[in-house]
Design a protein around this ligand. Sequence first.
Ligand SMILES: Cc1cc2nc3c(=O)[nH]c(=O)nc-3n(C[C@H](O)[C@H](O)[C@H](O)COP(=O)(O)OP(=O)(O)OC[C@H]3O[C@@H](n4cnc5c(N)ncnc54)[C@H](O)[C@@H]3O)c2cc1C
Length: 435
Amino acid sequence: MTETSSAWRNWAGNVVVRPARTVAPNSAEELAAAVRRAAADGLRVKAVGTGHSFTAAAATDGLLIRPERLTGVREIDRTAGTVTVAAGTPLKRLNETLSAHGLSLTNMGDITEQTVSGAISTGTHGTGRDSASIAAQIRGLELVTADGSVLACSEKENPEVFAAARVGLGALGVITAVTFAVEPEFWLTAREEPMPFDRVTAEFDQLAAENEHFEFYWFPHTGNCNTKRNNRSPGPAAPPSPLSAWIEDELLSNTLFRALCALGRTAPATIPPVAKISSRALSARTYTDIPYKVFTSPRRVRFLEMEYALPREAAVAALRELRAMIERSRLRISFPVEVRTAPADDIPLSTAAGRDTAYLAMHQYRGTSHHAYFSAAEQIMTAHGGRPHWGKLHSRDAGYLAGVYPRFDEFRALRDRLDPQRLFGNDYLRRVLGA
Ligand SMILES: Cc1cc2nc3c(=O)[nH]c(=O)nc-3n(C[C@H](O)[C@H](O)[C@H](O)COP(=O)(O)OP(=O)(O)OC[C@H]3O[C@@H](n4cnc5c(N)ncnc54)[C@H](O)[C@@H]3O)c2cc1C
C-alpha cells in the first residue's frame, strides 16, 4: 500500500481537497487496516472513485482511499450468472472483461470511466423501460465498516445492509467488492433520429413504452431534439463506419462541440443561432453492436451538471416549463438537456426508489456560470417532487430529501447503527443526511 499526501480534484475541477493522508490499498484487509488506523488517529475516512461526481460527495480532509490498486475480477460464476469484481475496477474494464467472457451487464450509463463502487454509490443510471440503474443489477457487496471489519452482504447475508448500501453515498462503509448479475452478451440496435420537440414531448409515453431504452436530447433555444432508441436484436454486428463514428462521436460531439461551447462562453449571443444549426448537424443513423459500445460514448468536453429524477408522469410538463423558463430568461445554454427513464426499484436512496422515473439533466460548459440556470431549473424540478442525482450539483438538504424519499429514515437508522461516530462523514453527507 502506498501512502501520500497531495491534493485531489474531481473530473469537473469544481471540488479540490487536500486530505491529511492518502492511501491506495491492494486488498480488503489492507483497506480495513487503514480504516482502523485512521479511526485511531481521529481522521475521518472517504473512498473515492474516479472523481466523476460534481458534488463533494467524495471530499475529505482526513484519510482518502484511492481505488487504483483495488481492481480486477475476483470470480465469474456462470451457474449463478454473477461476476464479482474489486471495488475500484473501472466500468470500462468490467465491460471489456465481461465481453471477453461473452457476458454483459443489462443496462448502463453514458460513459465507462467511473469505478464500480463510485458509480453505484450515487445511483448511476442509464435509460431503461424494464432495466434499472447499475446498483439495481448488484447481487452482493463487501463492505469495510466503521469498526474496521469486513462485512459480506447480499439478499441472504446482512440483507438490510445490502438493501441500503447499493446506493450508500459512501455513508455506510467502504465497499471493497461488488457482485453483479450478468447475462449472456447480446446485440443492441441503436436508432438515432432527430425529432421536433413538440413531437417527442407529445409521443414521449409511447416512445418510452415501445422501446427497451429510449432517451432524447433537447437543444435549448431550438425546437429540435435528437432521439436514441436501443433495442435488442438478433445481430449481426453492424457498427457505424469508422468515418461516420469519427464524424458523429468525435468531431461533432466533442471537437467541434467544444469549440462552439468556447465560442458561446466568450460571446453568449452566438449560442441561440449556433444551437439552431448544430442541433441539425447530427443525422439519423442505425447501427448494431455489443451493449457497452451502444450505451456509452466518449465525453471529452468538460461541464457541470444537475440532474433530477421526477415521477415519470411529470417529465413532459417539467421539460416544457424548463423550455419556457429559458425562453423567458436571458440565459444562454449551449448544452442539450438529456431525458432518460428508469423503472421503479427497491433501493431506499435510489433516485428511482418506488416510482417509475424520468430524469432531466441540465449541463453547463465548464467556466460558464451555472448558478442562475441550475437554480431556476431546480425550482421547477422540486415543484414536481424531484430527487436530485446524488453525484450531480443540487442545493437540497435533509429536510427536503426526507420528504421525497419514503425510506429516508430507514437509511439514517442503519447509518446510526453502522457508523454512530460518523467516521465516513463529510460536509456533503451532513447536508443531505442531516447529521
Ligand atoms: C462525463 C460524465 C458522465 C456521466 N454520466 C452519467 C450517466 O450517464 N448516468 C449517471 O447516473 N451519472 C453519470 N455521471 C455521474 C457519475 O456516474 C457519478 O457521479 C458516479 O458516482 C461517479 O463515479 P466515480 O467512480 O467517479 O466516483 P466518485 O465521484 O469519485 O465518488 C462518488 C461517491 O462514491 C463514493 N465511493 C467511491 N468509492 C467508494 C467505495 N469503494 N466505497 C464506498 N463509497 C465509495 C464516494 O465517497 C462518493 O460518495 C457522469 C459524470 C460525468 C463526469
